[in-house]
Design a protein around this ligand. Structure first.
Ligand code: SF4
Length: 344
């Protein structure tokens, strides 16, 4: 069996020279680090950067964020998806403003008490913003550790987490968590990439089991994700007096976000009349569907949404329908699906 020696010095040196110049790395302002970590869950750095700049410009401090309306926060999150992150961030900002005078607490356990902050974000913020000795585990770190230490357990199994956490804890150099955690994540993002890792350029290859044994493609072990179920929705586009009918989601993941009204339906068995009845049940408005405009697909974590857009008119119940001009729509937080439908 290959014996290796992990060198945190080599990794730190590589990070010092090769790190990407990200805005929150300029001063490690805790608020900036916090926002970046929440945005980077489920979103790549290059995708998140323009959102980060816009968000920080509009909400430059915890207090500014806490004072904003939820609708405006959602508007500035529009396009990033996973809107519960924005709602929790907003709730947490209010708590930090009230309970901690607008200063983000530095302790791992105090951070964990805030909405939207779990073990990963608490470790990331306490280490990156405050340089506290907490090792982080994200997708990049799992991959790097599995390869370097030749760990062949399924990274999708919750039970594997303990093993990886103990490895990460054991190699964390005391007093250098800020740089070390980022270095591991950066190595995973830039060099130890999923398909074909760039081992020739890797600063820790001499201590990497996968490299020394040629097992890069076998590691990490990850069981396949189950296929997403497909759910079909009929969407109605009603244009009246220069305005469109939009409805806001009352609950669920998209709470507070607007889109053309839509209902779930069974495409193989529901007739137009059945769909119209579903609109009445959901919105209290009688509608008549006319031409089918087209369809769009949108993937959520747990299902794939197929939305078919119909032109239509209101038959009765106009009081229940709220119409918005183009300018008014621009100020509303819209679902990603709506952004796709709007260009059909
Ligand atoms: S040597 Fe290759 S497999 Fe090992 S950590 Fe570096 S990039 Fe990843």
């Amino acid at each position: 069996m290959t014996q290796t020696v992990f060198s945190s010095d080599e990794l730190l040196l590589w990070f010092e020279k090769n790190q990407r110049p990200l805005p929150w790395r300029k001063t490690y302002d805790p608020y900036w680090v916090w926002i970046s970590e929440i945005m980077l869950q489920q979103t790549r750095v290059d995708q998140a950067l323009p959102f980060f700049d816009r968000f920080i410009t509009r909400f430059p401090s915890v207090n500014a964020l806490g004072k904003a309306s939820e609708q405006e926060v959602l508007k500035y999150w529009e396009g990033l998806g996973y809107y519960s992150r924005a709602r929790n961030l907003h709730k947490a900002a209010k708590i930090v403003a009230k309970k901690h005078g607008g200063v983000l607490p530095s302790g791992y356990f105090e951070l964990l008490e805030l909405p939207g902050i779990g073990p990963y974000v608490a470790a990331a913020v306490s280490s990156i913003a405050f340089n506290q000795d907490h090792a982080v585990l994200d997708g990049n770190v799992f991959r790097v550790l599995a390869r370097v230490f030749g760990v062949a357990v399924d990274i999708r199994q919750p039970s594997s987490r303990k093993k990886f956490q103990s490895i990460a804890d054991s190699i964390l150099p005391v007093g250098r968590a800020r740089m070390f955690n980022q270095a591991l994540m950066e190595l995973g993002a830039l060099i130890c990439v999923p398909e074909v890792p760039l081992c020739a350029q890797c600063p820790i290859k001499s201590g990497c089991i996968a490299f020394l044994e040629g097992r890069q493609s076998e590691l990490p072990v990850s069981s396949k994700k189950p296929a997403r179920p497909v759910r079909s929705f009929a969407v109605i586009r009603v244009f009246q007096g220069g305005r469109w009918w939009l409805a806001s989601n009352e609950k669920g993941l998209l709470k507070g976000l607007y889109s053309f009204p839509l209902v779930e339906y069974a495409p193989l068995s529901d007739s137009k009349q059945v769909i119209e009845e579903k609109f009445f049940e959901k919105f209290g408005v009688r509608v008549k569907l006319s031409k089918e405009i087209g369809s769009v697909r949108h993937d959520y974590t747990h299902f794939r949404q197929i939305a078919v857009l119909f032109d239509g008119v209101l038959v009765s119940g106009e009081k229940q329908a709220v119409f918005f001009s183009k300018a008014e729509q621009d100020a509303l937080p819209l679902t990603k699906l709506q952004q796709k439908l709007a260009v059909l």
